[in-house]
Design a protein around this ligand. Structure first.
Ligand code: PHE
Length: 334
């Protein structure tokens, strides 16, 4: 039996030089180390060896096993670490990796669409800071100290104790109006998209972090009629020709007169639903003629210049967008 062990050892040694792929290595393993392999046969045979020889034969049999296992382990490592040929390691039957194509967030899409509508009629896009100071967010917009919107309940102050009220997260994009007027001379035609923050309970109609687009038009002799014309144009472009708009008088500290623009509910086509509170109308923006007090703050002469401003929420018009609804942004809140 000792001779047999010896010859198997040299056979294995010869074969080890020809293991050039993982497949051949597997054949090698089955042949020598497999359940019905040569080593198992040898161990079976070992049972019949007479007592005197058992010690010697057993020792060389164990050595053979360690030797062959060693060859196998060593070759296996080379294939696993990729040093075998690439073609051998490649399985062309594996399915390809899928890549998920990214898409723009519905809010970004809406901002691009809305700013695009205004850009086509000569407006430029401007962005202001999200951390604002009290002056730009309130004072310059003719919003006095006692105004309820300054309350901690509505405004997130950077100092969470509310004692230091100098810095805050802007509650609307209107401070963008002030910044543009401070740094530019009329005529001005800008839209200012961006994130806004209000300390509000999240519901189907409101979010604590939301987006607005501000608009500002300043020149000599700008009239309310231009405001209406511009925003009716926008509503037709954005919501389509079929939905009607409605104008209601309103109040904002920084516009006079002020108005609210509603559009027929695009979800229920004005029939009445939960989103429009069964009125058939959705409020889409606040607007008005720039208050002369605001012009004074930025150093424009209100006797020479006039203008209009508007501000609209982005998330609400998106309710017509099924993709947005499916994305769960609003569903979760309804
Ligand atoms: N800033 C106002 C708001 O957040 C909207 C507005 C903007 C109104 C510009 C009039 C003019 O509600």
């Amino acid at each position: 039996m000792l001779e047999k062990i010896e010859s198997i050892k040299s056979e294995a040694q010869n074969e080890s030089g020809q293991i050039s792929s993982a497949d051949i290595l597997e054949e090698f393993r089955i042949k020598y180390l497999g359940r019905n392999g040569i080593l198992n046969d040898l161990f079976e045979e070992f049972k019949t060896v007479d007592k005197e020889s058992k010690g010697k034969v057993g020792k060389s049999l164990n050595e053979l096993k360690i030797y062959i296992q060693g060859i196998y382990d060593e070759r296996k490592l080379t294939f696993e670490s990729g040093s075998g040929s690439a073609a051998d390691n490649m399985d062309i039957t594996l399915p390809g990796r899928t890549f998920n194509k990214g898409t723009k967030h519905p809010v970004s899409q809406a901002i691009e669409e809305i700013t695009g509508i205004f850009e086509r009629i000569g407006f430029q896009v401007y962005e202001g800071p999200e951390i604002e100071d009290e002056y730009h967010n309130f004072d310059a917009l003719n919003t006095p100290d006692y105004h309820p919107s300054r309350d901690m309940q509505d405004t997130f102050y950077v100092d969470s104790t509310g004692k230091d009220r100098q810095y805050l997260l802007r509650t609307h994009t209107s401070p963008g109006q002030v910044r543009i007027m401070e740094s530019t001379k009329p005529p001005i035609r800008v839209v200012v998209p961006g994130k806004c923050y209000r300390n509000e309970a999240v519901s189907a109609r409101s979010l604590a972090v939301f987006h607005q687009i501000e608009g500002l038009y300043v020149d000599k002799k700008v009239t309310f009629r231009e405001l209406k014309g511009t925003l009716n144009y926008f509503a037709k472009e954005f919501f389509g020709e079929t939905l009607k708009t409605r104008w209601r008088p309103s109040y904002f500290p920084f516009t006079e007169p002020s108005a609210e623009l509603d559009v027929e509910c695009y979800l229920c086509k004005a029939k009445g639903c939960r989103i429009c509170k069964y009125t058939g109308w959705l409020e889409i923006m606040g607007c008005g003629m720039v208050d002369p007090k605001v012009f004074e703050k930025v150093g424009y002469d209100p006797e020479i210049y006039s203008g209009f401003a508007f501000g609209m929420g982005i998330e609400r018009p998106l309710l017509q967008n099924t993709e947005f609804l499916i994305s769960g942004c609003f569903m979760r809140m309804m």
